[in-house]
Ligand binder design. Structure first.
Ligand code: GLC
Ligand code: GLC
Length: 798
């Protein structure tokens, strides 16, 4: 089997050993405002804060060839032109390696006795990318060659950049300085920000006009200036501004030369935009160039980045007998949780950064993956999300990170949304003990003057479900629940409308969701526990009301949500069953099995065990649990988008990895360790054997892997930005390794086969640092460790 790379756990890197991976294998740079996507061939782009409105580099999604645009270095050595990352010239290299690490990527290429090593990273808290290029003559003769840098600017709004050419082709403006090439399109008018590409060494030529650099009819692989060894020294006026420096270099055998490039973003105060009419104020750019544009400065920044991730990844570590488990837990799963938290579902190689901002439900779930890592940022995120809620508990489905305002284009009405706020807040308080957040004033729909406490927001979130019950006392589904594609009130027969935003016929609808019912019971129990905690001491009458609503829901599920062998999925608009043995297709769904078993509905009567057995029997395949079975083989107007997907993909019987952990957690709660482990291994990328089949990165979870009904079962898609990251983290940390944060301590309750059941966990928890030596004998059980600050080593046998 072809291997494209391997893990290097000691350096926390994934090492890609050939550039022609089956799909670009990417990494993310940045930790706060300035973010970058970078592939193993240096493709990708960056933006500041908002992938739609502050796009810095242009990128061609859907381009041919794939992954076109990035930060390219061209080396012209005699008649040979090559790139350290292989693309875009694709000149065969003598050696190639790409190391994706924590917040950095190192690409090394070697050709004809010249070695180029490029380190890409974004210093923590700085608004720039550093490209540190080291060139070494590994041959026996002196070498004269040329190095070209190249980036192409996006005209800021990534959406109009791809559409509004009648304007765009006339607006581009640049300034040329000895230290940097400046991109200032639209700065003359309302923008107060610009970008620049600088370098710490005088350049011998430059270009800022793409056409001159490339040649009108050439692609990235054949820039005419590079082929000729020249530069046009152009000043772009409109058309497509770029930045390219040229250096004429010479190296003795064994000698090296280093260049440090800084690709940055600057925002100026309105009153200090210019230093002379039309001349941009470059003070901040120069500062960045000065701080980072020296070996010492770049070293320091890289060391800071390293220690940022060392600290993050020291908060929860495991040492077990399974290397795949350790590398997933200690490195890649937590790293992916951070990235997913930063980006929500906005910018990946499957998300254009244009359509989707921060999701209400998505971002709340993402919190579960990072509350133990960056609690302060989790706190802010909760408050930002809550502020997009409406007074009736409903909410915008998404908001733009730049404005923090709800996105009207996507609207609302997804009836699971409000409950996730309880989910996220509970996860945060259990981790931090910060009950104070409940008293923070938070507005509705971001309107000043409407503030109520976060606790009030949680109450109305809860009430949004009880205020919207259907004929069976189950939650009305609204536009959709967690499954965006189960559109029971949509009835769309117009291919030109989106299932998510088209008019929804909720009036008179009987469509109810068992997924929301399970979520409501699980979160309702959590909510009642929170309210009863002495630190909250909510009105007992209200708590009793919450509990009785939860009991009523449990009763409704048992009476109307049980199909005989598993939990129903939903009732449709007309009150028809969905996810029932009575249906021809879509007889059983994963979401309600997951949520109702996590909520332990009917556990005493054996319903949970039966539902889990049914999931194994009907949903399990070689690569994980599929979403529904049998897959829908035709479009069903009453169900909407789910049936629009061909069988085996996405929500139509794909392995939607996000919801596999729901069943796995349900299994853990039922004490079914072998099922837990088998299902966990199937979706966890570190266990991937066939990299070519998986296609996407073997170091991160995918949203979806093609299911058994697809043409290529096991083929992954939509890697990186997915709720799978947080959910598998919750699953492995709390339910497999069994370290469960509670309001007043840690509850240790593992569910893992005995063969792997002896391990050590180091867990920072508030002001405590626990070293837990866990030994599972197969007996089961749990142990509570009351919270106490300081270092503690605890032996646990269960
Ligand atoms: C995508 C969405 C998420 C949704 C899921 C299922 O992952 O980001 O919000 O719940 O699909 O449709
Ligand atoms: C599509 C996707 C789904 C996603 C939704 C978001 O329907 O299949 O996963 O949640 O778009 O808009």
């Amino acid at each position: 089997m072809t291997q494209f790379g391997h893990f290097d756990d000691a350096s926390r890197e994934y090492v890609i050993t050939r550039p022609d991976t089956p799909w670009p294998w990417i990494n993310y740079l940045g930790t706060r405002d300035f973010f970058s996507l970078i592939s193993n061939t240096a493709g990708g782009y960056c933006f500041c804060r908002d992938a739609k409105f502050r796009r810095i580099l242009r990128y061609r999604y859907n381009g041919v060839p794939m992954d076109a645009g990035g930060r390219y270095f061209y080396i012209k050595d005699g008649d040979t032109v090559w790139n350290p990352g292989w693309k875009p010239c694709k000149t065969p290299l003598d050696a190639y390696e790409c190391r994706h690490g924590m917040g950095y990527t190192r690409i090394i290429g070697e050709k004809g006795g010249l070695r180029a090593e490029v380190l890409f990273f974004v210093p923590p808290d700085a608004r720039c990318e550093i490209h540190r290029v080291k060139l070494t003559n590994t041959g026996k003769n002196r070498k004269s060659f040329q190095l070209y840098s190249f980036v192409e600017w996006c005209l800021w709004n990534a959406s109009t950049d791809m559409e509004n050419f009648q304007r765009n082709l006339s607006t581009g403006e640049v300034e040329i300085e000895p230290d940097a090439l400046y991109h200032k399109t639209e700065y003359r008018e309302r923008r107060d920000h610009y970008a620049f590409y600088g370098v710490n060494r005088p350049y011998d030529g430059f270009d800022t006009d793409r056409e001159t650099f490339m040649g009108m009819y050439n692609g990235f692989e054949a820039p005419q200036q590079v082929l000729a060894g020249t530069s046009g020294n152009t000043v772009a006026h409109g058309w497509s501004p770029i930045a390219s420096h040229r250096f004429d270099l010479e190296l003795e055998p064994g000698a090296s030369e280093e260049l440090i490039f800084v690709l940055g973003y600057v925002k100026n105060p309105q009153e200090a935009k210019f230093t002379a009419p039309g001349v941009i104020n470059k003070a901040q750019a120069r500062k960045l160039l000065q701080v980072y544009g020296s070996p010492a400065g770049a070293d320091m920044a890289f060391a800071t980045l390293k220690s940022y991730w060392d600290d993050i990844l020291s908060r929860f570590t495991v040492a077990s007998v399974v290397p795949e488990l350790d590398r997933t837990v200690n490195i890649w799963n937590q790293y992916q949780c951070m990235i997913t938290f930063f980006f929500s579902r906005s910018a990946s190689y499957f998300e254009s950064g244009i359509g989707r901002g921060m999701g209400f439900r998505d971002s709340n779930q993402d919190l579960a993956g990072i509350v133990h890592l960056i609690p302060e940022r989790a706190r802010q995120r909760i408050l930002d999300i809550a502020a997009t809620q409406f007074p009736d508990g409903g909410c915008y489905h998404q908001y733009q990170p730049l404005t923090k305002r709800g996105n009207n284009d996507i609207g609302g009405g997804f009836n699971d949304d409000p409950l996730w706020l309880i989910f996220g807040t509970v996860a945060y308080i259990k981790e931090t003990g910060d009950f104070g957040i409940l008293h923070e004033p938070v507005p509705f729909d971001n309107k000043p003057g409407t503030e109520e406490s976060l606790l009030e927001h949680l109450k109305i979130s809860f009430a949004h479900v009880t205020d919207n019950l259907g004929p069976h006392g189950l939650p009305l589904i609204g536009r959709a629940d967690w499954n965006d594609c189960l559109n029971l009130n949509c009835f769309s027969d117009n291919p030109d409308e989106s299932f998510q935003t088209t008019e929804n016929k909720t009036e008179g609808s009987k469509a109810e969701s068992l997924m929301i019912a399970g979520l409501f019971v699980a979160e309702g129990k959590d909510f009642a526990e929170l309210l009863s905690h002495p630190a909250v001491a909510a009105d007992p009458k209200y708590v009793a009301k919450v509990r009785s609503a939860v009991s009523a829901m449990e009763a409704a599920v048992k009476a109307h949500g049980w199909d005989g062998e598993w939990f129903l999925r939903a009732y449709g608009y007309y009150g028809d069953k969905i996810g029932s043995n009575e249906n021809e297709e879509g007889k059983i769904f994963i979401e309600s099995q997951g949520w109702c078993t996590m909520a332990r509905i009917g556990a005493e009567e054996g319903l949970c065990d039966k539902a889990l057995d049914a999931a194994v029997k009907h949903l399990e395949c070689e690569h994980g649990l599929v979403l529904n079975a049998p897959a829908y083989t035709r479009y069903i107007k009453d169900y909407g988008e789910i049936s629009s997907y061909p069988q085996g993909y996405k929500e139509n019987a794909g392995i939607f990895c996000h919801n596999n952990p729901w069943v796995i957690i349900g299994e853990a709660m039922a004490g079914r360790a072998d099922d837990v482990w088998r299902h966990y291994c199937k979706i966890t990328p570190a266990f991937t054997k066939d990299q070519a089949l998986r296609k996407v990165e073997p170091y991160v979870f995918c949203q979806m892997v093609a299911g058994r009904d697809a043409a290529r079962p096991g083929e992954g898609k939509n890697s990186w930005l997915t709720g799978t990251a947080a959910w598998t983290w919750k699953c492995v940390s709390e339910f497999i390794l069994g370290i469960k944060p509670q309001y007043d301590g840690l509850l240790i309750e593992p569910c893992i086969p005995v063969a792997y059941g002896t391990y050590k966990v180091r867990r920072r928890f508030r002001e405590a640092e626990y070293e837990l030596n866990i030994h599972c004998t197969g007996r089961g059980g749990k142990q509570f460790i009351p919270y106490k600050p300081g270092r503690q080593t605890i032996e646990i046998e269960l």
